[in-house]
Design a protein around this ligand. Structure first.
Ligand code: BEZ
Length: 258
């Protein structure tokens, strides 16, 4: 039997999402009910849905890229971005924490109500997953689906159109994705703190990797970044910035472009 027997690939553009659905969520140690009304009414919302928290493609690409492009979505006029999965709120919260997600909001659809209402519920029994969501993304204005990107009906777990870059391209064909930046630091480093302050002032996104004494020399030497291995050290879209001064100057020049 096809995994996709209940998948409804017909266009949902113009359709209203079911505003009667609610999502029990755990916030600050207490139960709260998020209603679809609160999420969608009078708001411009992106939803993207995936087969499961902690699964490989969802964790390495689907979710993190929506987080990375969150500020670009906001600049394109979007109010909120939600990640839907047929999982419970505890699992979704743990996944968000493990993935360092602070901007995208989690929407646990453990009862499958929302996913089913969009015809996106599929059986993944062969993997021992039970009922899960097909991968898709949608842009919803005031509860009405304006556009969606549903993965094609092919074997396996296609991931071709529901990605964050496709959604950003739809919302603003001229939008620029932020640069990818990683900043190597070490605990208690005042030069690193200066570099971070300059990046934060310039509102530049970066991932910080704090290197312990045990690994720092070897990591920095392996990157061949400096004759005398030291931090802070940054890479921006494969360009190396060695030391506080270079990072601060670069941050200032980026801030001027904004
Ligand atoms: C993945 O994200 O790679 C995945 C999702 C569902 C089942 C298996 C793998």
């Amino acid at each position: 039997m096809s995994n996709l027997k209940n998948l409804d690939l017909t266009s949902k553009v113009g359709q209203k999402v079911n505003l009667e659905i609610s999502f029990p969520v755990r916030e600050g140690g207490a139960w709260k009910k998020l209603s679809a009304k609160d999420i969608f009414e009078n708001k411009k919302v992106i939803i993207f849905s995936l087969p499961g928290a902690f699964t490989p493609t969802c964790s390495s690409s689907h979710l993190p890229r929506y987080e990375q492009l969150y500020d670009s979505f906001k600049q394109a006029g979007v109010d909120e971005v939600y990640c839907v999965s047929v999982n419970d709120t505890f699992v979704m919260n743990e996944w968000a924490q493990a993935q360092d997600i602070h901007k995208v909001k989690m929407l646990p659809d453990g009862n499958t109500d929302f996913t089913k209402s969009l015809g996106m519920l599929v059986s993944k029994d062969s993997l021992g997953f039970g009922q899960r969501s097909w991968r898709y993304s949608a842009y919803v204005e005031n509860g009405v689906i304006k556009q969606h990107f549903i993965e094609p009906d092919v074997e396996g777990d296609p991931f071709e159109v529901s990605d964050a870059d496709t959604m950003l391209g739809y919302l603003d064909s001229k939008a620029k994705a932020p640069k990818s930046m990683v900043l190597f630091t070490k605990p208690g480093c005042s030069f690193c703190a200066t570099a971070k302050a300059a990046l934060d002032d310039a509102k530049i996104q970066y991932k910080q990797i704090s290197l312990s004494d045990a690994v720092r020399q070897e990591v920095i030497r392996a990157l061949n970044a400096s004759a005398t291995p030291s931090v802070p050290l940054a890479f921006v879209d494969a360009v190396r910035l060695d030391g506080t001064e270079a990072i601060v100057e670069w941050a200032k020049s980026e801030a001027k472009k904004k």
